[in-house]
Design a protein around this ligand. Structure first.
Ligand SMILES: [Zn+2]
Length: 93
């Protein structure tokens, strides 16, 4: 007898932390941008991703807001630009 074990597994990845005024609590707090990927598994081994979902979670109130792919790209670009500015100890040199 042969059993085929398959299923799905969600994986959560913290992409970036950005800071803006939360639309839920109104506090300027760090926001965690997450990617939730649902993966198809065969014998408990993840084979491929069949859906992705992005959202941000406020560190102050814990409220979540769904994000579009454009908003995620904007958050990543903002973070990369912000990181470049913060690693330059003496601007202008
Ligand atoms: Zn909040």
């Amino acid at each position: 007898m042969f059993f085929l074990l398959f299923g799905t597994r969600p994986t959560l990845t913290l992409l970036v932390v950005v800071r803006f005024v939360c639309p839920i609590c109104g506090v300027d707090a760090p926001q965690h941008v997450y990617q939730q990927a649902n993966k198809f598994t065969l014998f408990f081994l993840p084979l491929f991703t069949f859906s992705k979902h992005h959202y941000n979670q406020c560190t102050n109130c814990g409220g979540t807001t769904d994000l579009s792919p454009q908003q995620v790209d904007h958050a990543l670009a903002w973070s990369a630009n912000h990181a470049n500015n913060s690693t330059t100890p003496y601007p202008g040199r």
